[in-house]
Design a protein around this ligand. Sequence first.
Ligand SMILES: Nc1ncnc2c1ncn2[C@@H]1O[C@H](COP(=O)(O)OP(=O)(O)OP(=O)(O)O)[C@@H](O)[C@H]1O
Ligand SMILES: [Mg+2]
Length: 283
Amino acid sequence: MPIQVLTSDVANKIAAGEVVERPASVVKEIVENAIDADSTSVNVDLRAGGKRLIKISDNGIGMSREDALIATERHATSKINKIEDLESIQTFGFRGEALPSIASVSKLELLTRTADQLEGTKITIEGGNVQSVEESGCSPGTHLSVKNLFYNVPARLKFLKTETTEMNHINNQVMWAALAHPSIAFSLRHNDRSLLNVRVCESVIERVRLLYSKDLAEGLIEIESEQSSFKIHAFIGNADLTKSNRNYQLFFLNRRPIRSKVVSAALNEAMQSFIAKGRYAVA
Ligand SMILES: Nc1ncnc2c1ncn2[C@@H]1O[C@H](COP(=O)(O)OP(=O)(O)OP(=O)(O)O)[C@@H](O)[C@H]1O
Ligand SMILES: [Mg+2]
């Protein structure tokens, strides 16, 4: 076959495969956008494990009509504009890939308004093609509905797991975001049932109490340490609070959840003389 440049439709769908693997990836990207937009409240509402509907509403800075129209184009971002910006990123996003990727593999409705606009903008997109752009009333912030994810990518659709499995992944994403951002209120609903609902908190400990339990929050010891190039802020469970697996060990780097064998091993080594064999610290 001769070499040809792919049409933007094909290129977008391929790029979408890298960003959107499952409903939880959509939730992660949209929640990160809401956090980048200075929201103090983020509400996630789902149907059928996010396969039928993912609705996420924030009260952040919103977008003007002009910005909303560009936001769903590839490589459109307000977060960086020159190569040096990559060295000092303060936001979650920077690629300008998330919204166009999600839009190309779903039926998307974007409703958004800035605080100083009277009317909001509603844009509907199907499989990456803009269907309509109209004025529409809404509260300041951004309200996204992602319907029928992968309706036009049968191979992806086939590999989605059960509602329960997809919900577990989504639940993790929202829990991690809620732990890393205590000053933002979060709610998560699935099929009209509330799974998580936490108000704005003053501290991580208060957030832990709301997300887990009073006992767990009270058993944590707060540690803060500063080196020349990094700061550590940790919460480590006392010796009475151990678990039989590592599921209660979470690590974040710049508020992003990470997995790190090195940090995990350091924690275990530091704690091993305080806790019984086969038990794991909460952190
Ligand atoms: N909830 C939101 N509130 C306000 N502006 C938003 C919101 N979501 C997206 N935007 C705007 O749309 C742009 C495109 O969003 P998108 O997620 O596609 O890219 P990004 O966040 O810049 O980078 P990345 O692809 O790494 O997430 C953002 O840069 C931002 O300006
Ligand atoms: Mg983004």
